[in-house]
Design a protein around this ligand. Structure first.
Ligand SMILES: C[S@@+](CC[C@H](N)C(=O)[O-])C[C@H]1O[C@@H](n2cnc3c(N)ncnc32)[C@H](O)[C@@H]1O
Length: 293
């Protein structure tokens, strides 16, 4: 990184409006001229008057270097700001399009932080519109459940069952669905994480024993359990559900930009012979897999 690249973190605009020089950069700007002065004095005591050339020559070199570094910094900052603006615009564009298309009874809930991003929600909705699934299973719940329920309502058929390991969160999502009048399209099941024995291996995943799932499952949306529960926390989804999938089914995995999710998608594709696997360039990245038997 160039020494003059100021401390600018491009997230949430935190330091973007108030770039500060780091201690290291202040030291360079103060110590280099002092060093030039010291070298010149030392050179004068050794070679005499010709050393008088040292300060202007070394000073010019230092100034030229500073100007080049500053230019790198300004161009870098411009590029970062442009990329951030474009990324934010993409999300605004997605949520505006979604809100207009889904025409929710109340405003859609927040789509930052833990919730699926607007571009992921748009992808989920587009998949529902293109496939008109009868049964959608969601691993996790929240804004995405609402988007799924609205999309199914637009299609005029189908139901989503969302598995939620957190009782409070399950209740919150269920209340939100009731508020929007979508209980006939979506059900949140409080499903704590339990051990599933698949092919002799214990896998921790949602307890589906209390979920009423009309088989087969046409579409699976995986955005949980959170990665804080254990490494590769979402991998068990397809080993547990594979036998319950329809002849032709789709799986959408959120947070595809993360290492664990990349490995998970690739393992699913290999172990369960996915017909297609595709990485979606979304804010958090996502994987779309299709299974046909
Ligand atoms: C990535 S979130 C799923 C978000 C969901 N797909 C949505 O669009 O709202 C995975 C799980 O994290 C938990 N969770 C959601 N929001 C949270 C928060 N603000 N803090 C802690 N856990 C949260 C819930 O149990 C949720 O099922």
């Amino acid at each position: 990184m160039p020494i003059l690249a100021l401390d600018i973190r491009g997230t949430a605009g935190k330091a973007m409006s108030d770039p500060k020089m780091t201690n290291k950069q202040v030291l360079v700007v103060v110590l280099v001229p002092l060093g030039i002065l010291a070298i010149s004095v030392l050179a004068y005591s050794i070679v005499g008057p010709p050393a008088l050339l040292f300060p202007p020559v070394l000073g010019t070199v230092f100034l030229a270097w500073l100007i080049i570094e500053l230019r790198h910094f300004i161009v870098g900052r411009f590029v970062r700001l442009t990329e951030e603006n474009r990324a934010q615009f993409n999300q605004v564009e997605a949520i505006l399009g979604l809100s207009r298309f889904l025409d929710p009874k109340y405003p859609l809930p927040a789509t930052r932080g833990w919730a699926a991003s607007p571009d992921m929600l748009r992808e989920i909705v587009m998949q529902v519109l293109s496939d008109a699934p009868q049964m959608v299973l969601e691993a996790s719940s929240g804004t995405s459940t609402l988007a799924l329920a609205y999309a199914l309502e637009r299609v005029g058929k189908g139901r989503v069952v969302a598995l939620e390991h957190d009782a409070d969160y399950a209740e919150r999502t269920q209340r939100m669905l009731a508020l929007h009048g979508l209980q006939h399209r979506a059900t949140v099941v409080h499903a704590p994480l339990v051990e599933h024995r698949i092919n002799g291996v214990e896998l921790l995943w949602y307890d589906i024993s209390k979920a009423t799932i009309d088989l087969p499952i046409d579409m699976v949306v995986v955005d949980g359990p959170p990665d804080t529960t254990r490494p590769m926390a979402r991998y068990p989804a397809i080993p547990v559900l594979h036998s319950k999938l329809a002849k032709s089914s789709r799986v959408l995995l959120d947070d595809g930009g993360r290492q664990d999710e990349r490995a998970t998608a690739e393992l699913w594709a290999k172990e369960f012979k996915a017909t297609t696997i595709q990485y979606l360039e979304l804010e958090k990245g996502a994987w779309l897999l299709r299974f046909d038997r």
